[in-house]
Design a protein around this ligand. Structure first.
Ligand code: AMP
Length: 282
């Protein structure tokens, strides 16, 4: 496994991994991450391993997707452990650039997916998706993967990036993998590191709210406002939890829907000071 901190080295290593110059090329998969890896990230690495001849994982805490009062400087960084986990998964390359390598002082180009980037997390975190789409575009150019793997956990990110791939004709397959959860239902997240034991218990309410929505749909409820109300009542049972949004939307456009079939039900809430997200597809 090669660990590369520079773009030039990663580019030449990826050209080799793609089998450039050979008669029969090889497929290269990319899993973009911000590190502090858990089973959710590893599920993406495994999906890439199963679908591709070679796998690259990027580890980069991307400053341009954090707002001024967000957790960029305290975001968990566990690089040594991440490398050991990825080595075990048979990953071929870890690309772990510095901020200066990715954003030299003279860089002034951003990628913006209009409309969808301003909904859900984009509404709560202005500029967040501009940072995401810019860094992911750069990673696509540097690594040039045939397939790129993302988690359904970040459903709004999936909608924004899928649109970016289509709009800009990135020549790759965009693969979305299911949410990995703890046994008690909590969606795995690097930000779960921030939770105290008590908050960890309170955080389960997000999953409970989504389960309530599923139950309501199973018993015939088809009104999105009724589903939002049902989820809100469950979330209100935890006084330590402050709802950011509860939404029933089209999974591609993130616009509100009245017909809930195939809709994305997404929640974001602060547990103490930690913002967590979760979702289900109906
Ligand atoms: P992050 O390091 O938080 O930027 O996440 C990197 C990738 O892992 C993103 O595509 C996430 O959607 C995905 N991911 C994070 N948590 C989970 C999870 N619990 N299940 C599946 N994928 C996840």
């Amino acid at each position: 496994m090669l660990i590369s901190k520079t773009i030039a080295e990663a580019q030449s290593a990826c050209a080799q991994l793609r089998g450039e110059g050979r008669v029969v090329g090889r497929t290269l998969g990319l899993v973009p991450t911000m590190g502090a890896l858990h089973e959710g990230h590893l599920s993406l690495a495994r999906a890439a391993r199963a679908a591709c001849d070679a796998v690259a994982v990027s580890i980069f805490v991307n400053p341009t997707q954090f707002g001024p009062n967000e957790d960029f400087s305290k975001y968990p960084r566990t690089f040594e452990n991440d490398c050991a986990l990825l080595e075990r998964e048979g990953v071929d390359l870890i690309f772990a650039p510095t901020v200066e390598e990715m954003y030299p002082a003279w860089a002034s180009t951003f990628v913006i997916v209009e409309g969808v980037s301003d909904r859900l997390d984009g509404a709560s975190r202005p500029g967040h998706f501009r940072g995401v789409t810019t860094v992911v575009s750069k990673l696509f150019h540097i690594i040039a993967p045939h397939k790129a793997f993302f988690g359904q956990k970040d459903a709004a990110q999936v909608a924004v990036l899928r649109k970016m791939v289509r709009d800009l004709n990135f020549p790759l397959q965009f693969v979305v993998c299911p949410i990995v959860r703890e046994a008690d239902g909590l969606a795995l997240s690097s930000r779960n590191h921030y939770l105290s034991e008590k908050e960890r218990q309170q955080a389960l309410v997000l999953h409970r709210a989504l389960q309530k929505v599923e139950e309501a749909v199973a018993s015939g409820e088809g009104s999105s406002s009724k589903l939002i109300e049902a989820a809100g009542l469950v979330l209100a049972q935890e006084p330590g939890v402050r709802v950011d949004y509860i939404a029933v939307v089209d999974p591609d456009t993130l616009e509100d829907v009245s017909d809930v079939r195939g809709a994305l039900v997404a929640v974001a809430a602060f547990v103490g000071t930690t913002r967590l997200i979760d979702n289900i597809l109906l």
